[in-house]
Design a protein around this ligand. Structure first.
Ligand SMILES: Nc1ncnc2c1ncn2[C@@H]1O[C@H](COP(=O)(O)OP(=O)(O)OP(=O)(O)O)[C@@H](O)[C@H]1O
Ligand SMILES: [Mg+2]
Length: 454
């Protein structure tokens, strides 16, 4: 019975989504980190030039006869030239009195030696402003000259755009690469699970041996539990097989004794109703001992099939031996057993299992075909190794044909015959253990054909 387990999401999807999500966050962090750092560096560059320019202007300021003279050097502005032709504005004050330049330029109140840098809006565009001051000392006068120098940031924002684009390309590349790596990492991780699943699925239904192939550390507890589960299962299966075998054996021996007593009593009883009762008793004993025998065989076959040992044998010799042993029983029913087919069919298999299977097929042929008939036993090597037992009876009941080889199933034609419904199951199990099948069919001219295809 297969229980369908509901799936609670997919490990692969969860892993891929987590890894891709992580990659996206990392790509964004990378993008913003590069852009911020580049902005700082570019801003620092502009600030340095503005600072040098404002210093060179202040250096040119002199105090003559109490008046400030300032002849702005050409280099002060030329060093500010950029590829984007950024505009430059300046404002010069002497002790809070406007001297020259753009009067409306915002000017920071500077005192001391520290220059002040600001980013502001001027004439509709963003500008970077640096303000600095210098104290000029004359004979009897001290005066303070303050200069503010502003420059638009077109070149800077152009550079930043380029850097942002590069950072975006880098981030996207990083993301794409990490996504590919995520798929690879996920499929190689899930691959381990898949390999385990395949090796579990590929096992035969009888294979309860432990897994011995190395598995990743994380999967070790799962495989260990699986192995211990299979160990317990194997143990309890063996126990129940042993139990059946032991029970069948214990039942069969006293039954044989009871039967011989019942037979002896039957000879001595005269009254017809008592004789009838004794006959029913003998029949019930026969049924029980047949069932016990078949159960014993079935348990033995299940065990041997699990641990199949193959010997090199000649199937024709094996079947011939059986036929000779059953010839006496067949003669009691005036049945002829004919061994046909190849002279030798070499095969590698378990002789005890194969003999048991063929004996059950011959049992059936003797049991279900009418007297004075012929049972043909065909052993051939080609097109495949097979042993066919065909009789001249009424054939298998068509309505049961598909189920006759299942445990304890007896056909509608089995009424009145002794049997337990295990013979064909045993034959089928033996064929399957050898990698083959049991095929049941009815001959056109009448009669059943049971073929062990090996
Ligand atoms: N040669 C045959 N001709 C007609 N019917 C058959 C033949 N062989 C088997 N059957 C049918 O298939 C059924 C299953 O056969 P199977 O050998 O498994 O059990 P069984 O013969 O009833 O009992 P046992 O376990 O004692 O062999 C039989 O009960 C019978 O109905
Ligand atoms: Mg049978």
């Amino acid at each position: 019975m297969t229980v369908n387990i509901a799936a609670s999401g997919s490990l692969r999807n969860r892993l891929v989504l987590t890894l891709i999500g992580g990659a996206a966050i990392l790509a964004l962090v990378l993008f913003f980190a590069i852009r911020n750092y580049a902005t700082q560096v570019a801003q620092q560059g502009q600030d340095n030039i503005l600072s040098a320019s404002v210093s060179s202007i202040l250096d040119a300021a002199t105090l003559r006869d109490g008046a400030v003279e300032l002849d702005i050097p050409y280099a002060s502005f030329s060093m500010l030239s950029t590829a984007s032709d950024d505009r430059v504005f300046y404002a010069i004050y002497q002790d809070d009195v406007f001297l020259s330049g753009y009067e409306d330029l915002v000017i920071a109140s500077v005192s001391g030696r520290e220059k002040i840098f600001q980013t502001a809006k001027y004439k509709g565009t963003q500008v970077r402003v640096v303000s600095d001051s210098r104290t000029l000392i004359g004979k009897d006068k001290r005066t303070q000259v303050r200069v503010s120098l502003a420059q638009t940031q077109d070149a800077l924002s152009g550079t930043l755009k380029l850097i942002s684009l590069n950072a975006a390309v880098l981030g996207a590349g990083f993301f794409a690469l990490t996504t590919l790596l995520s798929f690879w990492a996920t499929s190689s991780t899930i691959g381990q699970l898949k390999r385990l699943t395949t090796s579990v699925t590929r096992r035969g239904p009888q294979d309860l041996s432990p897994f011995e192939k190395p598995v990743p550390v994380e999967m070790q507890p799962l495989v260990t539990s699986l192995n211990s589960l299979m160990g317990r299962l194997d143990h309890s299966l063996k126990q129940s097989e042993d139990f059946i075998a032991e029970a069948a054996h214990r039942v069969r021996t006293p039954l044989a004794t009871v039967r011989s007593y019942a037979e002896a009593t039957l000879q001595r009883v005269d009254k017809e109703e008592n004789r009838q009762a004794m006959r029913s008793m003998v029949r019930a004993i026969d049924e029980s001992s047949r069932a016990a025998g078949q159960l014993l065989d079935h348990a033995m076959i299940t065990f041997r099939a699990d641990h199949l040992k193959r010997d090199d044998i000649d199937l024709v010799a094996l079947v011939d031996d059986l036929v000779e042993r059953l010839r006496a029983i067949a003669q009691m029913k005036d049945l002829e057993l004919r061994l046909l087919g190849d002279d030798h069919v070499p095969y590698s298999g378990d002789p005890i299992l194969l003999q048991n299977a063929v004996r059950n097929l011959l049992d059936n042929a003797l049991k279900y075909s009418p007297s004075e008939g012929v049972v043909d036993i065909n052993v051939t090597a080609k097109p495949r190794v097979q042993i066919c037992v065909c009789d001249g009876g009424k054939g298998f009941p068509k309505e049961d044909l598909d189920e006759l080889a299942t445990r304890f199933k007896r056909g509608t034609n089995a009424q009145g015959t002794i049997g337990s419904g295990l013979g064909l199951t045993i034959a089928k199990d033996v064929a399957v253990a050898h990698g083959g099948t049991l095929h049941l069919s009815n001959r056109e001219e009448g009669g059943a054909c049971a073929s062990l295809l090996l």
